[in-house]
Design a protein around this ligand. Structure first.
Ligand SMILES: *[C@@H]1O[C@H](CO)[C@@H](O)[C@H](O)[C@H]1NC(C)=O
Ligand SMILES: [Zn+2]
Length: 503
């Protein structure tokens, strides 16, 4: 370096930084210099022998630039050798679109001591989930108005490690108020959620078919979905009289929420669903049944509605696929959720429905609480909080219990990415293809691990998770969110730079 260059060097460096700054200022995703990414580049190639694309599994490389996938190059077409530093070679690891969990309760604001955006989205990133859609209830207040949505948005600000969108609540208070519902939808909720039975949350009361019909007619205009918790209390089934000992028995709890509750709700829901057919009063609206547990008559009704042209889809959750009522021990309230986990025969029917395409997709329904409220000490199933804590483990759980049943990577990508992206109206997500967001998961399906106390769990209350103590297969190696490497080999990027998704 001669004297002049030496003198000019700091100036040149400064000029270069200014140029870089100006160049990147408008692309908010290029923020690795703020600690958003463990990889300090905006352009790179993710190389692997198994890239799951819509066209099949290919060996090659995914080119990422400025937060987007700009090309997917097959190994034999790999021309020119780009700068080696720009290639991350993951060998035989599986590269898939990041998981989109369309059903999670992060309980923030108001009950962030149950989970909260920081721990919830850190767990999501460690679990290969790149986008999650937060449910409108279990936070305090519930997200049922423009004002309460603003509180969600504020709580999530600089606190999310993955992309987060929001469902709004359809409740009796707003169901017949067009101004209120339109304002909530205009403010950006991706769709609405309602309950056909008490939700367990005071400011989130249940809706009747008339409320649902009103909500669906507004959703039609926005072409956004209504997600429904489909259980209707059948008091005629009678609540059993139980003592404390009986209340510790899982079968006691199971009897309080029989499959007939789901069936009754879905039957009533379909009386509204008929409006969603082409040419119907609510064409453009869509009904999505969350966490279906009953794989018998309830599922048959949904199949029939699809055949009749209703715009309807259905999801189930990993806990209904992994566990059965028979194996839940007395007092082990970690397994309590609603609708309840049913018997092993039903579980096999759920798998069958998934494999045959009658079950559209999967979601976590991660619904944590405080260990005290889960009542792990007295094990009272009737009084314990209902909800399974699972967020970080949904990929290995689906894979562990699915691989022996013949589940393929393509199916995983469909249930966990492609279909949820469609439900939430996110056309730039859910697939590894050029032009899509670089929300990418890299994982090793053959790696097994024990989910014990030594395993790094990022959820706020690991002890309440039904999966603790299990041996699982499928280890997340790296998670990319809008091009930022937010997680790799047990380490998170220091800053929480996830994007909020508002419609
Ligand atoms: C409908 O909602 C709007 C906006 O929240 C509110 O100002 C208005 O009072 C509501 N109308 C009725 C009849 O409740
Ligand atoms: Zn839920």
């Amino acid at each position: 370096m001669d004297f002049l260059t030496w003198k000019l060097f700091p100036v040149l460096t400064l000029l270069a930084s200014v140029a870089l700054f100006l160049h990147f200022r408008d692309s908010s995703k290029i923020s690795w210099d703020d600690g958003c990414s463990l990889l300090k580049r905006s352009r790179y190639w993710i190389k692997s022998d198994q890239i799951v694309t819509p066209g099949g599994i290919v060996a090659g490389a995914v080119e990422v630039k400025d937060g987007l996938i700009v090309s997917v190059v097959e190994a034999e077409d790999w021309t020119g050798s780009p700068n080696r530093a720009e290639v991350i070679d993951f060998g035989e690891a599986v590269v898939m679109p990041g998981l989109i969990d369309a059903h999670a309760h992060l309980d923030d604001p108001g009950r962030a001591d149950w989970e909260g955006f920081p721990s919830g989205t850190k767990a999501a990133a460690a679990g290969g989930i790149t986008t999650l859609i937060d449910m409108p209830l279990n936070s305090d207040p519930s997200t049922t108005s423009v004002e309460t949505l603003a509180m969600k948005v504020e709580a999530a600000k600089n606190n999310i490690y993955v992309n987060v969108g929001f469902w709004g609540g359809l409740v009796p208070e707003n169901a017949h108020n067009l101004t209120a519902l339109e304002a909530l939808l205009e403010a950006g909720v991706l769709g609405l959620k309602s309950f056909m039975c008490p939700s367990g949350i005071d400011d989130f009361p249940m809706t009747t078919a008339a409320h649902i019909k009103a909500g669906v007619s507004v959703l039609a205009k926005y072409r956004r979905p209504l997600l429904v918790h489909a259980e209707i209390e059948q008091r005629s089934d009678g609540y059993p009289e139980v003592d404390d000992e009986d209340a510790r028995s899982y079968s006691t709890y199971l009897k309080t929420r029989p499959a007939s509750w789901e069936e009754a709700a879905i039957r009533e829901l379909l009386s509204v669903g008929v409006d969603t057919v082409v040419g119907g009063a609510a064409e453009g609206a869509h009904i999505h049944v969350v966490h279906l547990a009953d794989a018998t008559s309830s599922l048959d009704l949904i199949k029939e509605a699809k055949r009749l042209g209703h715009s309807i889809t259905v999801e189930t959750c990993p806990h209904y696929l992994a566990f059965s009522a028979e194996e839940i021990k007395d007092g082990d309230t970690r397994f309590k959720c609603a609708p309840p986990i049913r018997d092993a025969e039903n579980r096999e029917k759920l798998w069958e429905a998934l494999m045959e395409g009658n079950m559209d997709m999967l979601s976590s329904d991660h619904s944590p609480t405080l260990p005290e409220l889960k009542r792990l000490n007295d094990g009272n199933f009737l009084r314990a909080w209902g909800g399974i804590s699972s967020l970080q483990f949904v990929l290995p759980v689906t894979w562990t219990y699915g691989r022996s049943r013949g589940v393929t990577f393509k199916q995983l990508a469909s249930w966990w990415s492609e279909k949820p992206a469609k439900l939430a109206g996110l056309p730039l997500k859910g697939a590894i293809a050029s032009g899509r967001h670089a929300d990418i998961l890299v994982w090793d399906p053959s790696a097994e691990f024990d989910l014990d106390d030594r395993h790094p769990v990022h959820l706020k209350h690991p002890s309440i998770s039904a999966y603790m103590g299990k041996r699982l297969a499928g280890k997340v190696i790296a998670t990319f969110v809008r091009g930022n490497l937010v997680y790799r080999d047990g380490k998170h990027a220091p800053a929480a730079c996830g994007t909020q998704i508002l419609a």
